[in-house]
Design a protein around this ligand. Structure first.
Ligand SMILES: C[S@@+](CC[C@H](N)C(=O)[O-])C[C@H]1O[C@@H](n2cnc3c(N)ncnc32)[C@H](O)[C@@H]1O
Length: 306
C-alpha cells in the first residue's frame, strides 16, 4: 500500500488518489475520536488532505477552518467527486482568496493550495458555517448536520406516535436530539442514550438536551460496542439512508439489527422510515412481532417487539 505523503487528513479520500491515510491524524467530525480543526491554533498545522464535504456552507466552513489552522507554507490538497461538490472547489477557494492549482482524476476535482487566503473571507465563512441557536427551531444546530434548518417530517410524524416509554432506552442516530425531547416527556423513562456519528450534531444535542437522564455516545451504530447498551426497554430511531451522499439502504437495515441486539426480550423499537425503503423483512427477521403504527406523507412508523 502506498503511504500517504500528507501529515493530516479530513475524511476518507480514495486510496488511489491520496495513498493510505488511515493512520494520519483525522479531523473529520464524522470520525469518532477525531480532532477538531476549530481547536487548532492558527498557523500551526502541517500539510492536510481533505475530502471536502458536499454541502456548500459546510464545505466552505471546513476549507476556511483548514486555511486558518495551516502553516502558511503547508500544503492543502482538497478533492471531491465532481458531482458532490468537486466542480465547486475552485470557486470556493477563489472566494477564500487562495491561489491554487486544479486538476481532474478518477471523477474527482483536486485543488492544491497553501495555508494562505483572505483573512476576512476566511472569518466570514467560519461565521457562516458555525453552530448557532435557531430561534424558529428552538434548537442549537449547524449547517451540514442532518435537517439542520427544519424538523424532518419523518421525525415529526414519529414524535406524534411515540408512546409513554418507561425504563432505559436509546435513540440511534440521534442528530440534534429532536426525538429525545418527545421520549423524555415521560417521567417513567429512567435513562436515554443518544448515539450519533456526527460530532457536530452531538455537540449541538448536548446543548439541546440537558436532562440528567441523558447520556451521549459518539459512535457508528453499525459497529456499536458499548457495554452499557444492552437489555434496553426501548429504542427510537429515524435511521439514515445516505452514506457519503449516496443512498444506502443497508445503513437503515444495520440500524434495525443493532436495535434488536440491544433490546431485552419484550423491549420495543419505534422507528420511522420513508415508505419506499425495504425495512419490513429485516424487521420481521430480527423481531418477534412487527406492526405498522401509522403511514402518512410518504413515511411509515413501525413498532417492533424484541
Ligand atoms: C435521519 S437522521 C435522524 C436524526 C434525528 N434522530 C432526528 O430525528 O432528527 C439520521 C442520523 O443518523 C446519523 N448517522 C448516520 N450514519 C450513522 C452511523 N453509521 N452511526 C450513527 N449515526 C449515524 C446522522 O448523522 C443523522 O443525524
Amino acid at each position: 500500500m502506498i503511504e500517504s505523503e500528507f501529515e493530516n487528513v479530513y475524511g476518507a479520500p480514495p486510496l488511489e488518489l491520496a495513498g493510505d491515510t488511515s493512520r494520519l491524524p483525522q479531523f473529520s467530525p464524522l470520525v469518532p475520536g477525531a480532532q477538531d480543526l476549530q481547536d487548532v491554533a492558527p498557523g500551526t498545522l502541517g500539510s492536510l488532505i481533505m475530502l471536502a464535504p458536499p454541502g456548500t456552507i459546510e464545505r466552505r466552513y471546513a476549507l476556511a477552518l483548514a486555511l486558518r489552522a495551516l502553516k502558511a507554507d503547508a500544503r492543502l490538497t482538497v478533492l471531491a467527486p465532481k458531482d458532490k461538490g468537486g466542480t465547486r472547489l475552485a470557486g470556493d477557494l477563489e472566494a477564500l482568496g487562495c491561489t491554487f492549482h486544479e486538476s481532474a482524476k478518477r471523477h474527482h476535482r483536486i485543488c492544491v493550495t497553501q495555508g494562505v487566503g483572505d483573512a476576512k473571507a476566511i472569518a466570514d465563512a467560519i461565521a457562516e458555517g458555525a453552530p448557532r441557536f435557531d430561534e424558529a427551531l428552538g434548537l442549537w444546530t449547524q449547517p451540514g448536520v442532518f435537517s439542520w434548518n427544519r424538523i424532518d417530517p419523518g421525525s415529526a410524524l414519529l414524535m406524534n406516535h411515540l408512546p409513554d416509554f418507561s425504563g432505559n432506552g436509546a435513540d440511534l442516530g440521534a442528530g440534534l436530539g429532536v426525538l429525545a425531547h418527545g421520549v423524555l416527556a415521560s417521567a417513567k423513562v429512567t435513562s436515554l442514550t443518544l448515539v450519533e456519528l456526527d460530532g457536530r450534531a452531538m455537540a449541538c444535542a448536548k446543548r439541546n438536551v440537558t436532562d440528567a437522564r441523558v447520556r451521549f455516545v459518539q459512535a457508528d451504530v453499525r459497529k456499536l460496542n458499548e457495554p452499557s447498551l444492552k437489555l434496553l426497554d426501548f429504542v427510537v430511531m429515524n435511521p439514515p439512508f445516505h452514506d457519503g451522499g449516496a443512498e444506502d439502504k443497508s445503513l437503515g437495515q444495520s440500524f434495525i439489527k443493532t436495535a434488536a441486539s440491544i433490546l431485552k426480550k419484550g423491549g420495543r423499537l419505534y422507528c420511522v422510515a420513508n415508505r419506499h425503503l425495504p425495512y419490513e423483512s429485516v424487521l420481521k427477521d430480527n423481531f418477534r412481532r412487527m406492526t405498522m403504527v401509522a403511514e402518512a406523507s410518504g413515511f411509515k412508523i413501525y413498532e417492533a417487539m424484541a
